[in-house]
Design a protein around this ligand. Structure first.
Ligand code: ATP
Ligand code: AMO
Length: 480
């Protein structure tokens, strides 16, 4: 009556009991690798039955577990057979697969190195193209590497939640149907909301901030984010999973009305200048991601190994204390390396990658933050720097030279917020309730947004975000 989800869970206590094992027909010679030894022992009538089964059919076998006379070899133990023997008595075909497969899972699981090797020895092995994989994703995700990728993705989410809950954050859910866009710009899916123009949420930005206005203090959300991206890149999806955080922070008191309670103003501001308010957010996210990376190494060794087998990669190099550079320092490093960059513009993908290489050489880390971005390239709700409004209290975070996260301190003064929205060409009528939320006392706050698929893609050094999205949606794909 006991349910086993993993063959390696077979323990000696079930010796002598009858168990059923469900698997897929891997190919005509073997029924799932782990069951091969057992199959050799079956009678000729069952062999006939097995031979006519098509690959990918689902079979269930019922048999007795016993101890083998001789211990199994190391390889069969690794395959999860454990030290037990399984005697097949009955076998059922639960679901037959069509004979002609659009892709063979064995081919889809092959590494590039193995394909190259096969070419050299004159026996070219099939290479499965990305579109074939994605058109038949339900077959493609049967490969060991894909099974592992989504287990790692699940663990990233678990670690994200675990860390934030331990720091007193509250998990919230914000609406995905909105009256206006939250990030501005054209990348928004428009729709009809019972006669009223509406759109799909480009981020939980406005509502996570309103939750802070509602005294929720520290919140996070894991949910879908929609971006009507036009171009087809290796790292943009039209729907992805956003990991969002928003929190109250301490503030630079020199800017706000203060009641003297005995301490000198100079004393207070000197302390706070050393510790600008939005540093608290960067501290938290540095700790959060060190936690996530460490937990993935600890909890997913088998999964990381499965991914590596097909897509080899080195473990991520990161420092115990996350490296922080200002945007200006990053620009300087690029200039010194001979790159042409605009000091008040955004970094393009090539510059980001180049900076990633320079940072790795100089600081030996593949995980770092760039802060104090030019205001012109940040969203309207971003707080300008106290000392120079051309720059902002904002940051991006990079893994292996690519962005995984954006964040900032937010403007909590409604007049300034409205002014910045107008300057950025936003129709303020569509976000009037958001701006109103700041008219009834709003604490200083900030936060960040992370793309889950990007985290897993870059953690495993994969070359395409479609590999870490279960059923990707991009500018050309709405199925399966
Ligand atoms: P987000 O758009 O959410 O800020 P991002 O990683 O796309 O995240 P951006 O600051 O928009 O970051 O863009 C950084 C660089 O990525 C751009 O300079 C551009 O080179 C490239 N890029 C961004 N969006 C696109 C896109 N839709 N198509 C092609 N390239 C893009
Ligand atoms: P931003 O627009 O930079 O910031 O998005 C945050 C993070 O989301 C991921 N991301 C994407 N992933 C896949 N496909 C896309 N098309 C895509 N676009 C973005 C990236 C990016 O770093 N509201 C702010 C966050 C904040 O300040 O709290 C925001 O949405 O990993």
């Amino acid at each position: 009556g006991k349910e086993l989800t993993d063959v390696s869970n077979l323990v000696e206590e079930i010796v002598g009991s009858e168990v059923s094992i469900r698997g897929r027909v891997h190919n005509h010679r073997l029924v799932a690798k782990t069951l091969f030894v057992i199959l050799r022992e079956i009678g000729t009538s069952m062999l006939k039955f097995v031979k006519q089964l098509s690959r990918e059919s689902v079979v269930e076998r019922i048999g007795l577990v016993s101890l083998p006379k001789k211990p199994l070899t190391a390889t069969s133990q690794q395959a999860g057979v454990s030290l037990l023997k399984y005697m097949s008595q009955k076998m059922y075909c639960l679901s037959r697969s069509l004979l002609n497969l659009p892709l063979v899972v064995e081919d889809a699981a092959r590494s590039e190195a193995d394909i190259e090797k096969s070419l050299k020895v004159g026996k070219p092995a099939a290479r499965v193209l990305q579109d074939t994989r994605l058109n038949n994703r339900f077959l493609d995700i049967r490969t060991p590497a894909n099974q592992a990728i989504f287990r790692i993705q699940c663990q990233v989410q678990i670690a994200f939640r675990e860390f934030l809950l331990s720091k007193g954050f509250l998990e919230i859910h914000t609406p995905k149907l909105m009256a206006g866009s939250s990030e501005g710009g054209s990348a928004v899916f428009r729709l009809d909301y019972k006669g009223q123009p509406a759109c799909l949420a480009q981020s939980p930005q406005l509502h996570k901030q309103m939750a802070i206005c509602g005294d929720m203090r520290r919140v996070f959300e894991v949910g879908p984010v929609f971006r009507a991206e036009d171009s087809f890149t290796h790292r943009h999806l039209c729907e992805f999973v956003g990991l969002d955080v928003e929190m109250e922070i301490r503030m630079h008191y020199s800017e706000v009305c203060m009641i003297d309670c005995g301490l000198s103003v100079n004393h207070i501001s000197s302390v706070l200048i050393i510790l600008p308010c939005f540093v608290q957010i960067m501290d938290l996210l540095g700790e959060l991601f060190s936690f996530i990376f460490t937990k993935i190494e600890e909890r997913c060794p088998k999964e990381l190994e499965s991914v590596r087998k097909q897509y080899p990669f080195q473990s991520l190099k990161f420092l115990p204390q996350t490296l922080r550079l200002t945007f200006a320092e990053g620009i300087q490093m690029l200039k010194e390396a001979g790159e042409e960059v605009d000091p008040l513009g955004d970094l393009n993908t090539e510059s980001e990658r180049k900076l990633g290489q320079l940072v790795l050489e100089k600081y030996k880390t593949e995980f770092y933050m760039l802060h104090r971005y030019p205001s012109a390239v940040r969203p309207f709700y971003t707080m300008p720097c106290e000392d120079d409004s051309n720059y902002s209290n904002s940051f991006d975070v990079f893994v292996r030279g690519e962005e995984i996260m954006s964040g900032a301190q937010r403007i909590h003064d409604p007049e300034l917020l409205e002014k910045r929205a107008r300057e950025c060409g936003i129709d303020v009528k569509t976000i009037s309730t958001y701006i109103d939320a700041f008219r009834y006392g709003a604490p200083p706050h900030g936060g960040f947004g992370v793309g889950l698929e990007r985290v897993v893609m870059l953690l495993c050094a994969l070359n395409n975000i479609r590999k870490t999205s279960l059923f990707p949606r991009d500018s050309q794909r709405l199925a399966p």
